[in-house]
Design a protein around this ligand. Structure first.
Ligand SMILES: C[S@@+](CC[C@H](N)C(=O)[O-])C[C@H]1O[C@@H](n2cnc3c(N)ncnc32)[C@H](O)[C@@H]1O
Length: 275
């Protein structure tokens, strides 16, 4: 993808950020997102022989789960390192570099498009949904996941709150990006799906706890799987970073269970069908 041609600083920031985060994504965040893969596949009716696109595949967990159901799968991601990692881990599946807003596929070529935790990273969700509708065959289905609002999805909210408490200014320090929680609102999710001309739009909510043993591991893992927040922390002064780590520990105590923690994760899953 020639991002420079499209002049899109935010996408370049994301592509570079995710390439640097590819190896650490699975410490925590990739394990949390993996817990909603089966509902995602079910919503899009993925089965043996389905032609599936794993959009923003990251290291390829969703693609692998679809292939395990006997689907014909291809994965796409804007980060070169994520695509390399997905190829290393799943050599039998095809992965390529591409932008969700300009999919490198002919029209009507998939029975299912699965988009896990990417719509919160896109400058134009409408452009991406129009592309999805274009590449879906008639009757094909899309299923996408995003985090719920951070006051409920504490797995993402803890880090953001800790940074705010430490006085680290996120907006001033990273590329100004799209609102990460717009689609946590069911009405916005439905509007996005129906606005692309899709039928039978619906939203479900999945709530579960992520078990964690150790606060430091959770802190490192969350930073290793975030882009905008981590960029802010990396650019902050060491004392501010230290304050954020302390605030994180304090906020995390609310989720203590015995010797460890149970951190609430809440996910919105939207789905619809091409007419
Ligand atoms: C949170 S990860 C999700 C990975 C995987 N789908 C999952 O559910 O675990 C977000 C992924 O979106 C990719 N991404 C961000 N912007 C993108 C874009 N415009 N087009 C394609 N992929 C993009 C990133 O490179 C990253 O791998």
């Amino acid at each position: 993808v020639d991002l420079a041609v499209h002049g899109d600083d935010f996408k370049r920031f994301e592509a570079e950020g995710w390439s640097r985060r590819a190896e650490t994504f699975d410490l925590v965040v990739g394990r949390v997102t993996a817990r909603v893969i089966e509902p995602l596949l079910d919503s899009a009716h993925v089965g043996a022989g389905s032609r599936v696109l794993d959009l923003a595949c990251g290291p390829g967990h969703i693609a692998a789960a679809a292939a395990a159901r006997g689907a014909e799968v291809v994965g796409v991601d804007i980060s070169e390192r994520m695509v390399e990692l997905a190829r290393e881990r799943h050599p039998a599946i095809g992965f390529e570099v591409g932008d969700a807003e300009r999919l490198p596929f002919p029209s009507a070529s998939f029975d299912a498009v699965l988009a896990g935790f990417v719509f919160n990273h896109l400058p134009s969700p409408e452009a991406a949904m129009a592309e999805i509708a274009r590449v879906l065959a008639p009757g094909g289905r899309v299923a996408l996941t995003v985090w719920d609002e951070p006051e409920r999805a504490r797995i993402v909210g803890l880090l953001a709150d800790a940074i705010r408490e430490a006085g680290i200014d996120v907006d001033a320090q990273v590329a100004s990006g799209p609102s990460p929680y717009r689609l946590a609102d069911d009405a916005e999710m439905l509007k996005l799906l129906t606005g692309a001309g899709l039928a039978g739009a619906g939203v479900s909510t999945y709530a579960f706890d992520h078990p964690a043993e150790d606060a430091d591991e959770l802190w490192e893992g969350l930073l290793g799987g975030s882009i905008r927040t981590t960029a802010s922390v990396e650019r902050a002064a060491p004392e501010a970073r230290e304050r954020a780590r302390e605030a994180f520990g304090r906020l995390l105590e609310r989720h203590r269970v015995g010797d460890g923690f149970a951190v609430p994760a809440v996910v919105k899953l939207g789905s619809a069908q091409r007419r």
